[in-house]
Design a protein around this ligand. Structure first.
Ligand SMILES: [Zn+2]
Ligand SMILES: [Zn+2]
Length: 253
């Protein structure tokens, strides 16, 4: 029996036993995945929706003035860039990345991010990528920090290898913010959530914070305030998604 035939037979049997399903909607897919053609198309559309180049909020049309930051960006940040708004298929993929052990989806997102001109441009000016740390217990429970997987892949794929640095610790377990609804309470909950352990790693550097989802921005602001103590030359952020501004009255776990 020719080897090619055996191989293809083996592949067919494997496909039959373990058919590939779309990581977002679970339909069976031919090929490598992780998305079915419809979800891949939806993701592409999400990635190309108009966004403010400073604060990453959605805009009506490309080039419209930003009603959220008026072109000034978020406090403490030079730029925030993202793949899309937090809706499906991104929302479902992020959920699986965090709670279903699908850490490889973080690498998939990094590869999609790096395809974006706005991300490429930012990374050429970046010295250091800093993943938002999880609290130690959370990381032990999950087995990985999705922001770290994302940052390391981004660094590797740029070809320029900006370092991935770990100058922060999460001193309070503030992740379970889903129960903390009021904005003021949420901000209170995040006060002194992070501690700077290695100021030298970021002093005078162009620093980019990496996280999965920006909901209210309270976590990123808390990280930014902590990092500023180390006197970086600039702070920006790369996230997979930002919450739809009309649906911001919650914070993700
Ligand atoms: Zn799908
Ligand atoms: Zn803006």
């Amino acid at each position: 029996m020719p080897l090619g035939f055996v191989k293809s037979l083996f592949r067919d049997v494997v496909d039959l036993l373990y058919p590939t399903t779309c990581a977002a909607c679970d339909v069976f897919v031919d090929g490598a995945g992780p998305l079915c053609p419809k979800c891949a198309d939806d993701l592409y559309k999400q990635e190309n929706e108009p966004a403010c180049p400073a604060c990453a909020m959605p805009l009506g049309q490309h080039g419209d003035p930003c009603p959220y930051c008026e072109g000034k960006g978020e406090p403490n940040f030079e730029r925030i860039v993202r793949l899309g708004v937090y809706s499906d298929p991104i929302r479902h993929l992020v959920y699986r990345m965090k709670y279903h052990g699908r850490w490889s989806l973080a690498e998939f997102f990094a590869d999609r991010l790096i395809e974006q001109e706005r991300v490429k441009a930012l990374l050429t000016e970046t010295d250091c990528l800093i993943p938002v740390p999880l609290h130690r217990w959370r990381q032990i429970g999950r087995g990985y920090n999705q922001a770290d997987v994302l940052a390391r892949r981004l660094s590797k794929q740029t070809g320029k290898d900006p370092c991935v640095a770990y100058p922060l610790v999460r001193v309070r377990n503030t992740e379970a913010q889903i129960r903390v609804r009021a904005r003021s309470k949420r901000e209170e909950n995040l006060k002194q959530a992070f501690g700077l352990t290695d100021a030298a790693a970021i002093e005078g550097k162009h620093v980019v914070i990496v996280d999965d989802v920006m909901t209210t921005g309270a976590t990123l602001q808390s990280v930014a305030r902590t990092l500023k103590q180390g006197k970086p030359a600039s702070l920006s952020a790369i996230v997979i998604a930002i919450a739809d501004p009309k649906r911001r009255d919650f914070e993700l776990m």
